[in-house]
Ligand binder design. Structure first.
Ligand code: SUG
Length: 415
């Protein structure tokens, strides 16, 4: 049966706070903090278990090889002399799988296959190294060519950040959808990471019908305020677009453009006087997983930062008390990821497909979650201080930890 499967990125053993992402205020404000990779990865597993317990199918991707063995040699650099490049080569940023690829489900594409394009992530050096290894993993997980088409990334001329800037509206996940691509043009002092031409290229390559495709510009003010991806200020599921009032360059124009192609659109807009743009970005209210539960009701999986905020929790209470389409609020603790600007929605890639067509090694079960927890507890470093990044002994432990995970999951070919 075709359904939505969320593939979460397992937090890698090198998780650290190097402050590498300009424009990502959480990441830059935590630069230099000690990180807790073991706790971070266990928080991620707990989130996956939480969503599985709701009756939802769950997949995962494994961390990429870090420190990336090719990164420094190809730049003629060394850990002794180049600390920033070294931190880039250690980045565990592939945990945010919303940036792994853009996915167009089979009902939307001309050839009736589910199309995936890995994101080139060229704007940030530590992220631009991800796609070749991401692609290897996608090729394995979605090897069934009768159901999946895997493209090369868009050429690096145009920055592409994947599903974080892509939304899909539909009557049900298995029905044809209208795909909305959100791009940035400018963002004050901060870069616009999703280029319009990258979005247009992905839509063409995926064989989408122009009558069911919409391109919308993100508000430059939102980028300037720290919304470095659209999924920091909007999320969609089925008929519902849940968005901040200041998400798009032309807010009403965006609603009209989507409604012209998807008349059933229901907008749940959070006004700025209820939750300011700054508070929305700080709490990651919109970096939520908006999920259709088995009952047919929609639930919003939010980070606990939202329920800690008086303004956001008051707004969420009023939303649930109203007769709106989002019926449940489900908080999860992903604080280690949040401190690097990655909430519940960043940590997952949505793929609409029949789970039976996916390599079962990437599908989670309770028993496999137990196995992941045991492997992480036994192998992931408990703490990494910034001064440890580049340390050869720690690098060895990190490589061994990932290897132990691959062996446990029978995925040694990704070694
Ligand atoms: O690309 N943080 C990530 C967070 C990605 C969030 N993803 C979505 N919004 N979908 C980024 O900015 C921080 C890494 C560091 O500073 O060490 C980082 O890469």
């Amino acid at each position: 049966m075709v359904t939505e499967i969320n593939f979460d990125g397992i937090v890698g053993p090198s998780h650290n706070y190097a402050g590498l992402s300009l424009g990502n205020l959480a990441a830059t404000s935590h630069a230099g903090d000690a990180s807790y990779p073991r706790a971070a990865a266990l928080q991620g597993i707990a989130k996956m278990r939480h969503n599985m317990a709701l009756g939802l199918p769950q997949g995962f991707f494994v961390p990429l090889p870090r420190p990336n063995p090719d990164y420094l040699p190809r730049l003629g650099a060394t850990p002794e002399t180049d600390p920033v490049l070294t931190a880039q080569s250690w980045s565990a940023s592939s945990m945010w799988t919303a940036n792994a690829a853009t996915v167009s489900p089979a009902p939307d594409s001309a050839d009736g296959r589910c199309h995936l394009t890995p994101a080139n992530l060229v704007t940030m050096p530590h992220r631009a190294q991800e796609w070749p290894d991401t692609m290897r993993q996608l090729a394995l997980a979605f090897a069934d060519r009768t159901h999946f088409a895997l493209h090369d990334p868009v050429p690096p001329t145009f920055g592409d950040e994947g599903a974080a800037n892509h939304m899909r509206l539909c009557e049900g996940h298995g029905a044809p959808g209208v795909e909305v691509f959100v791009y940035g043009r400018s963002g004050g002092a901060f870069p616009a990471r999703q280029h319009e031409q990258a979005s247009r290229a992905v839509a063409r390559l995926h064989g989408l019908d122009p009558a069911r495709t919409v391109f919308v510009e993100q508000a430059p003010e939102a980028i300037a305020a720290g919304a470095f991806h659209n999924d920091v200020v909007s999320v969609a599921n089925e008929r519902v677009l849940f968005t901040h009032a200041e998400a798009f360059a032309d807010q009403q124009g965006a609603y009209d453009a989507i409604r012209a192609k998807f008349p059933a659109l229901e907008v749940v807009e959070v006004p700025s006087d209820a939750v300011s743009l700054g508070e929305a970005i700080k709490t990651y209210l919109f970096n939520a997983q908006l999920l259709t539960l088995p009952s047919g009701e929609m639930g919003l999986v939010v980070p606990t930062e939202c329920t800690d905020s008086p303004a956001v929790s008051a707004w969420l209470d009023s939303m649930v008390a109203s007769n709106g389409p989002i019926r449940r609020v489900l908080p999860v603790d992903v604080r280690q990821s949040m401190a690097n600007g990655g909430g519940p929605a960043c940590l997952r890639l949505r793929v609409v497909a029949d789970p039976a067509t996916v390599d079962p090694r990437f599908i989670l079960s309770e028993a496999k979650a137990d196995l992941l927890e045991r492997t992480i507890t036994a192998n992931w470093p408990e703490q990494i201080d910034m001064a440890d990044v580049g340390n050869p002994a720690l690098a060895k432990d990190i490589v061994a930890a990932r290897q132990a995970l691959l062996e446990a999951l029978d995925l040694s070919e990704l070694g």
